[in-house]
Design a protein around this ligand. Structure first.
Ligand code: HIF
Length: 300
């Protein structure tokens, strides 16, 4: 236990941080003009190392500040997200990185038109690498449904939750320099919606082998309205995304979320909140309880 943990921030203090996150989202020179998608990916990768059986990994600790986790090829590109948030950490040093990274994703989702995701603070930052989980716990996009179940069941998610989470691929894009894959899933990758599910179902996705040997699925959306001289842009899906179509238990949820945006938003907000809480144990009042996986928490 940390001798003198900080006291919990007030709502007004948290509002200041949220406002600062909102103010940095607009990044005209970065990707599709928004830091939002990569902030969502940062929060997810910070939490997605969780293993329910051993109660290791999860959103506590902000282990990506260390080479062991930050230098994991699965986390390539996330240095940009951390750099976007660094000035906020400097301005509000009382917030931990682990809280800032998770909170920022909820602000980004909301600002991009998505649902409110419930967030609670109290995460602490590891002070050395000893509690960082082993590499290899994040999903491999070149695989299929069995792999998704292996990875997400380990965290404690079910089939419906896997599909609901997957809707986050409405946001952002793949970068060959990070993952080897290339392109965006939907036409408006900074707008949160259920378009990802609609496109999965209606488009005729064709396998495409990239120069680096990786295979992804592509489609050119001819319906999209183009400005003069604008070329239609190819959209993409990862093999893991396509596996949601070939697995009947996943596909049912793809269909429901494609049809019903409100249902998707409701389920997504719950499952993303659950994701951000992985590895965090709280008492009845919501205060973080220390165990071997957490180091501090707030003083009540
Ligand atoms: Fe992603 N994801 N993700 N992902 N992801 C990428 C990008 C984003 C998987 C692979 C990739 C989730 C699950 C999975 C976001 C959010 C979430 C990239 C591209 C890959 C390869 C990285 C790059 O090249 O820069 C796999 C295999 C997953 C298991 C299904 C989550 C549900 C969809 C949990 C989730 O929330 C976001 C946002 C991005 C876009 C990042 C960007 O820089 O634009």
């Amino acid at each position: 236990m940390v001798p003198n943990p900080p006291s919990a921030p007030s709502d007004a203090q948290l509002d200041q941080v949220k406002e600062a996150v909102r103010a940095l989202l607009h990044q005209p020179d970065y990707d599709d003009g928004s830091a939002g998608p990569i902030l969502v990916r940062l929060a997810w990768h910070s939490a997605g190392t969780y293993c329910a059986t051993t109660n290791t990994g999860g959103s506590n600790g902000a282990g990506m500040r260390y080479e062991q986790e930050g230098g994991d090829p699965a986390n390539a590109g996330l240095q940009h997200a951390r750099a976007f948030l660094e000035p906020i950490k400097k301005r509000f040093p009382w917030i931990t990185y682990a809280d800032l990274w998770t909170l920022a994703a909820t602000v980004a989702i909301k600002e991009m038109g998505g649902p409110e995701v419930t967030w609670s603070g109290g995460r602490t930052d590891f002070t050395d690498e000893s509690k960082i989980p082993p590499r290899g716990r994040l999903p491999d996009a070149a695989q299929g449904a069995d792999h998704l179940r292996f990875i997400f069941y380990r965290m404690g998610f079910n089939d419906q939750e896997i599909v609901a989470l997957s809707g986050a691929h409405n946001l952002g894009r793949c970068h060959s320099e990070n993952s080897g894959f290339e392109g965006k899933w939907v036409n408006q990758p900074t707008r949160f919606s259920n378009q990802y599910f609609k496109l999965l179902l209606v488009n005729d996705w064709k396998k495409k082998k990239l120069d680096n040997g990786l295979e992804q699925f592509v489609y050119v959306d001819e319906e999209v309205e183009l400005e003069d001289n604008e070329e239609p842009e190819e959209l993409m899906m990862l093999p893991t995304d396509i596996s949601l179509l070939s697995d009947p238990k996943f596909k049912i949820w793809v269909e429901r979320y494609a049809e019903d945006k409100d249902l998707f938003f409701d389920h997504f907000s719950r499952v993303f909140a659950k994701l951000l809480e992985l590895g965090i144990r709280r008492d009845a009042s919501g205060k973080v309880v220390n165990d071997e996986n957490t180091e501090g928490g707030y003083r009540s």
